[in-house]
Design a protein around this ligand. Structure first.
Ligand SMILES: Cc1cc2nc3c(=O)[nH]c(=O)nc-3n(C[C@H](O)[C@H](O)[C@H](O)COP(=O)(O)OP(=O)(O)OC[C@H]3O[C@@H](n4cnc5c(N)ncnc54)[C@H](O)[C@@H]3O)c2cc1C
Length: 401
């Protein structure tokens, strides 16, 4: 399921991973770590600039590394560049320093060493960071890094890291499926040359994992020999999260999750479907996105949750739907007296998920509510919210956008 912006940028995608046949188990709102694969075009470009054959096999001398294998070899150059090396991000100064040893032209060696040095720090920022040059650009800019000795070359390159996603399904409702709600990173970034788009490694990988064409009723298409095609797949693992519903199901919950911050809130809502409606406490959701018709990806199921009483109240903010932008933290302020009575009298638990800035703004809005309705001064209101955090009644899962 997909929703896209009118410029085709910044779409949100709902992805389901089938766990059948794996030993993976999860709990509602845990994190899923996804090991991405780089864009095949980028992999081809990197190999071409380096003068490498993608199908060449190589081996690393593991006993040279104190920390054990860096990634499993023997493998092909294609596998190393696709699965193990971070190609799309700006390389660090220390990577440039190590790359200098592989440049055969003295001019390139000196330039790379200078950019990596203390004296070259400003130039590294203006020429490399501000212009968002990735590792593939560096290979193009320094063509004398050519046909390097593979084992030691791959050892020094930055490694592709797994990306974490807050699982957006309940393990009670979907024990064999993990749902992820991802905002696809493809941005026209300031500093990038005209027409060039920055593509996030993991989210564009997820974007490529579309169900195979030709699948009929969820069954895999077969080739001419009758062999079923392989489903798109990914290497993943589960990490525990601090997001847990209150043990006492009668405790009310306030959920604040704009954009893909909706993930754990959706999982909680699914979990509540299995709770006794007579016993479960209220659940109030604050959700925000750009436009109701654009990226309100779970519109129908959230409205259904309100209809069935699983969700007590849904407050929505559509930031680009009117002349002045409206965000969830403003909705929170608008509902200040209700929020205060839930927090102070009904001892509600508050969950916040999404971007770091939204998290800061939301905490600030909550402190203002506490200050006004609790008749406290600024620092007392701050301590009040700090205490909510300490007692695990104010739980945040935030990431830098
Ligand atoms: C606990 C946790 C839970 C999360 N849950 C979710 C979730 O539920 N849904 C979700 O969508 N995300 C979630 N995230 C964020 C997610 O992990 C990824 O960070 C995000 O999807 C981007 O990954 P990517 O590989 O696509 O982008 P990356 O390749 O990692 O790039 C990310 C950013 O780097 C910047 N950047 C770096 N280099 C360049 C360059 N050369 N040019 C231009 N820009 C550059 C850009 O600003 C870009 O947006 C979560 C993060 C954490 C820590």
């Amino acid at each position: 399921r997909m929703s896209a912006g009118d410029d085709g940028m910044g779409s949100t995608k709902h992805i389901e991973f089938d766990l059948k046949g794996t030993c993976i188990e999860y709990h509602t709102a845990d994190n899923l770590a996804i090991c991405p694969e780089n864009d095949p075009e980028m992999v081809k470009q990197a190999a071409s600039f380096l003068g490498l054959n993608l199908d060449e096999w190589f081996h690393m001398e593991y006993d040279r590394y104190e920390l054990g294998p860096i990634f499993p070899t023997p493998c092909t150059v294609r596998t190393a560049l696709s699965c193990y090396i971070s190609l799309n991000l700006v390389p660090s100064r220390s990577t440039l320093a190590k790359l200098a040893n592989f440049a055969t032209m003295q001019e390139h060696r000196e330039r790379l060493k200078y950019l990596a040095s203390k004296e070259g720090k400003d130039e590294y920022h203006s020429r490399i960071v501000d212009r968002k040059h990735d590792l593939v650009d560096i290979f193009e800019m320094f063509p004398s890094i050519h046909k390097p000795e593979l084992g030691s070359f791959f050892e020094i390159l930055p490694k592709l890291q797994p990306r974490y996603y807050t699982i957006s399904s309940s393990s009670v409702k979907h024990p064999n499926r993990i749902h992820v709600t991802a905002s696809i990173v493809n941005e026209k970034k300031p500093g990038l040359p005209e027409g060039r788009i920055f593509r996030g490694a993991c989210t564009t990988f997820l974007d490529r994992l579309t169900p195979r064409e030709g699948a009929i009723n969820g069954k895999r298409p077969k080739d001419e020999r009758g062999v079923p095609a392989v489903w798109p797949h990914a290497y993943v693992f589960v990490r525990k999260s601090t997001f847990k519903l209150p043990q006492d199901i009668s405790t009310p919950i306030i959920l604040i999750g704009p954009g893909t911050g909706i993930s754990p809130m959706r999982a909680f809502i699914q979990e509540r479907e299995s709770q006794d409606p007579e016993k479960r406490g209220d659940a109030i959701l604050f959700f925000g996105c750009r436009r109701e018709t654009e990226d309100f990806i779970y519109r129908e199921e959230l409205l259904e949750a309100v209809n069935t009483g699983v969700l007590t109240k849904l407050h929505t903010a559509f930031s680009r739907q009117q002349a002045t932008k409206v965000y969830v933290q403003q909705l929170l302020k608008r509902e200040a007296s209700t929020v205060w009575s839930y927090v102070a009298e009904k001892r509600a638990h508050i969950y916040v998920c999404g971007g770091t800035q939204m998290g800061k703004d939301t905490q600030h809005a909550l402190e203002e509510i506490v200050q006004e309705y609790g008749n406290l001064n600024k620092s007392e209101a701050h301590d009040y919210v700090e205490n909510l955090t300490k007692t695990k009644r104010y739980i945040q899962e935030l990431w830098s956008a």
